[in-house]
Design a protein around this ligand. Structure first.
Ligand code: SF4
Length: 151
């Protein structure tokens, strides 16, 4: 692995920029994601920073069971994130629909049908520590050596 790749890996391991989208949740998972920002979990101590603008993001957090209004919008948000990038499904809703995923339901899970999902955090809702662990796990599985793997 060359020096430039090592520097990129080092920077990415300490600076992960996260954007967030709710495609139809009950807000239970939103609260757990928000808790990651609070002093108790303090997401920035791990080098994770939150942005509203997907153009500045590396990771997209997705909560919710995917309502039809997001059919084109989610893909548009995903396309704005520069490579290398990854999406994480937060909670049972984007994985299975959870309590909303019933016959004749309006929702259309899993979110992995609509954008590629690199990691899933099950739970209704999952704990903030599990959300943090999922984001940090991407350092090795998605971002480390990304340029070298593209050749
Ligand atoms: S997984 Fe549970 S807590 Fe999270 S949005 Fe769905 S129903 Fe709400």
């Amino acid at each position: 692995m060359n020096l430039l790749q090592r520097i990129k890996d080092l920077v990415r391991s300490r600076s992960i920029h996260v954007s967030y989208v709710d495609v139809g949740s009950c807000n239970g998972c939103d609260i757990e994601v928000l808790a990651c920002l609070a002093p108790r979990y303090d997401i920035e101590q791990y080098g994770i920073y939150v942005h509203n603008n997907p153009r500045e993001a590396d990771v997209l957090l997705v909560v919710g069971a995917f309502t039809p209004g997001w059919e084109e919008k989610l893909g548009s948000v995903w396309d704005k994130i520069p490579e290398p990038k990854a999406a994480i499904a937060i909670g049972n809703c984007p994985i299975s629909g959870c309590v909303f995923g019933r016959r004749g339901s309006y929702v259309d899970p899993p979110v992995s049908k609509h954008i590629p999902i690199a990691a899933e955090v099950p739970g209704c809702p999952p704990r903030p520590t599990e959300i943090l662990a999922a984001i940090l796990s991407l350092r090795d599985t998605v971002f480390k050596g990304w340029e070298a793997r593209q050749r």
